[in-house]
Design a protein around this ligand. Sequence first.
Ligand SMILES: Nc1ncnc2c1ncn2[C@@H]1O[C@H](COP(=O)(O)OP(=O)(O)OP(=O)(O)O)[C@@H](O)[C@H]1O
Ligand SMILES: [Mg+2]
Length: 314
Amino acid sequence: MGNKKILVVGELNVDLILNNIEGFPKIGDEIIANDMNLTLGSSSAIFASNISILGIDTSFCGMVGSDYFGEFIEKVLVDRGVDCSFLRKVKNKQSGVTVVMNYDQDRANVTFCGAMENLTIEDVPWSEIKQFDHLHFSNLFLQKNIKNDIVQLFKKAKDAGLTTSLDLQTDPEGAFDFDYAACLPFVDIFLPNKSELLGITKVDSVEEALDKISPFANQVALKMGEEGSILVSNGKQTVQRGYSHSSFVDAIGAGDSFNAGFISKFLFGDPLIDCLKFGNLIGAINTTAAGGTGAFQSNSQLTKIAKEIFNQDI
Ligand SMILES: Nc1ncnc2c1ncn2[C@@H]1O[C@H](COP(=O)(O)OP(=O)(O)OP(=O)(O)O)[C@@H](O)[C@H]1O
Ligand SMILES: [Mg+2]
């Protein structure tokens, strides 16, 4: 069985993570963070980097600025084995940055979008799309120039014979303006978390939200933090408990790592429940090291964490 090829379309930024902060920021005051980490950020890049480390042949389509952070992002992706021939450097623009103020299980983020806003549907390599088996898109609401074409993007990928997955991520403006009835029929695996699902459906409970999207959705893998995840397929819901552990560092990127685990199995036609379990494992592994890619620097490091902390073979 040959390898599978995935094209990730999405946003790129670095994360500047401040840890161990003494108190909370206040206008006019200065406080101290005792640890700092400059690392690859962005939902799409964390997904791409980690699914590449899981052994999938991965290409990235996205935008960085013509600056040091853009070079850093490209270097990290290439080091992790991600093909960057569809990555563009936008002249006179800066790369995206997220400043993450991390407090135990949660965090406050400030994002400067920069070049990521330049990505349009025309930048997707449509003339070469048939070389790929799958297209994954992430972080819709930050990418203003592609947002209105999202239905068309997924339709074109499906028309070309690819399977598809979508992680919307949150909407900083809170509007969650997403036409799920038009888009989800072209999405094979929809990967929301609870607040995003409630956001797009404008209801208060997961049950009501799933009822609203189910006429349009194919498969849904709903992420529930340390509780695990829920698969919705063919009108049936399956709850899969998370892998609890005592080596928690932070949950930055756990959702993207879950996606990487799930899709890495889905590509080979594994049963969806196995995809879900593996998503939970890869999400949990993400939380044992700093940032979204700290536990995924190499396949051997990942295999070691899986064995030592979770007693699982990868
Ligand atoms: N503390 C934890 N312990 C074990 N597993 C976890 C923990 N946090 C997350 N996970 C695993 O990772 C998966 C994805 O995490 P989460 O539900 O936080 O995604 P998300 O809300 O999309 O996060 P993100 O901020 O990365 O987008 C969960 O479904 C779970 O399997
Ligand atoms: Mg998420």
